[in-house]
Design a protein around this ligand. Structure first.
Ligand code: GLY
Length: 429
């Protein structure tokens, strides 16, 4: 099979790395890919958002299966476009992707289908939002309705912060039209868990549960990022709790998608909070998580290409699906200054040594320059290790991180530390 992966971050490197191991694959392309993905796929100079260019490429090269990594092309409807032309593609259509593309729509979906989530109010007018905030007690969770590259969720701990959030999102339009509507939610506390699932429109399977670390600095301090590391599985999630989540959240979600006529084949990411009064959905994403995927896919004991192909055919029930009993940790190495401004084009050393130390180095923001691998993004690498237990995986991942150098490189030093301490609790991001 000829397979095309759309995207060029760490998640797409992990997907490409896993798919490249499949005997079903005769040729693997990635658009645009990156310097790490280039080791397993031919990178094509097309943006993930260039749906027309990607369609032409897939038709010209006879691509059998396209796998979409990021949310933006999914929300924009790339799956509908490819499907209308009879091309095989994996990911939700525009209707299913609304679960991520509109926070308002997702919250109303949950309310309609009785899926537990934080209480919420939707505002399409800044004045009304400001007036009602004054009448309530902080903290508030404030979410721009549309896609905002992971920056559209603001935790306001005071009335002043809440007023600033309304102004930023609805008046200054920091996130453009994504801020035309604002969701204000009740603040929840508890350990967070990300559960990635694959769905074929009727059957679903779950990958190992994982936990992300969204803040830039140790101890869940500093600004929110795209994710500074992840581990899987999550000790805080007991088998009983997973069963409860299946019954209260996962199955009602897929049943709701079916009854709303928005079911298709894709990855649904359940961002969950294990609150004291039971698990609740914080968010849905219509794709693999980043960096969760870099911890989760190395634990997937199966042929990802076969799984995805089966999902696109509605035959997931016939595909083998197994998760190893090992543990994985992924530590992100970022550019100095991230998530604020940072320099790019800095030469990276130590990649081979990190692999000799037993790690898989997933590239997130890298490029080639004059034969060298250089930085090209805020999150540069995700260094993953797999070991019999989480402590060993974390230790091995950090030994890999220590081998890697570029000017200004930084990582969090506490990925998975709270899980090891027997407490998966972390501040809600
Ligand atoms: N790790 C969070 C996300 O993928 O949205």
């Amino acid at each position: 099979m000829k397979v095309l992966i759309i995207g060029g971050g760490g998640r797409e490197h992990a997907i490409a790395w896993k798919i490249s191991q499949s005997p079903l694959v005769s040729k693997l392309y990635a658009a645009p890919g990156n310097a790490g993905i280039a080791r397993v796929a031919e990178c094509v100079g097309l943006s993930a958002d260039d749906a027309v260019g990607l369609l032409a490429f897939a038709e010209e090269r006879g691509i059998d299966l396209t796998v979409v990594g990021p949310e933006t092309p999914l929300v924009a409807g790339i799956v509908d476009l490819f499907s209308a032309r009879g091309l095989g593609i994996f990911g939700f259509g525009r209707a299913g992707a609304r679960l991520e593309g509109s926070k308002v729509w997702a919250k109303e979906f949950m309310r309609r289908h009785g899926i537990p989530t934080a209480g919420f109010t939707v505002y399409d007018d800044a004045g009304a939002a400001l007036a009602s905030i004054e009448r309530a007690a902080p903290p508030f969770v404030m979410k721009a309705d549309g896609l905002a590259a992971g920056k559209g969720v603001i935790i306001a701990k005071t009335h002043e912060e809440a007023r600033e959030a309304v102004s930023l999102v609805m008046l200054k339009k920091e996130f453009g039209a994504a801020g035309n509507r604002l969701v204000v939610e009740e603040f929840l506390e508890g350990p967070e868990v990300s559960i990635l699932s694959v769905f074929d429109g009727s059957t679903y399977r779950l990958f190992a549960p994982s936990q992300d670390h969204k803040r830039a600095l140790d101890g869940d301090r500093g600004p929110n990022t795209g994710g500074m590391g992840a581990y899987a599985p999550v000790p805080a999630l007991s088998p009983d709790m997973l069963e409860r989540i299946r019954g209260a959240i996962i199955e009602p979600t897929f049943a709701g998608m079916r009854s709303d006529g928005i079911a298709g084949a894709g990855v649904l990411y359940f961002g969950l909070m294990l609150a004291a009064d039971g698990p609740k959905v914080l968010e849905y994403n219509c794709r693999f998580g980043d960096p969760e995927t870099q911890a989760v896919l190395p634990l997937f004991d199966g042929d990802l290409c076969e799984t995805i192909r089966a999902a696109t055919r509605g035959e997931l029930d016939r595909a083998a699906f197994a998760t190893s009993s090992l543990a994985a940790a992924c530590v992100v190495v970022a550019s100095g200054g991230y998530p604020g401004p940072y320099r790019a084009g800095l030469e990276i050393a130590g990649l081979d040594e990190a692999e000799r130390r037993g790690c898989v180095v997933f590239h997130a923001g890298t490029a080639f320059r004059d034969g060298a691998i250089v930085t090209s993004g805020g999150r540069v690498l995700g260094v993953t290790a797999v070991a019999p237990d989480l402590g060993a995986a974390i230790g091995q991942a950090y030994r890999g991180v220590e081998a890697i150098t570029f000017e200004g490189a930084f990582s969090r030093g506490d990925i998975g530390a709270r899980a090891l301490a027997g407490n998966g609790r972390k501040e809600k991001a």
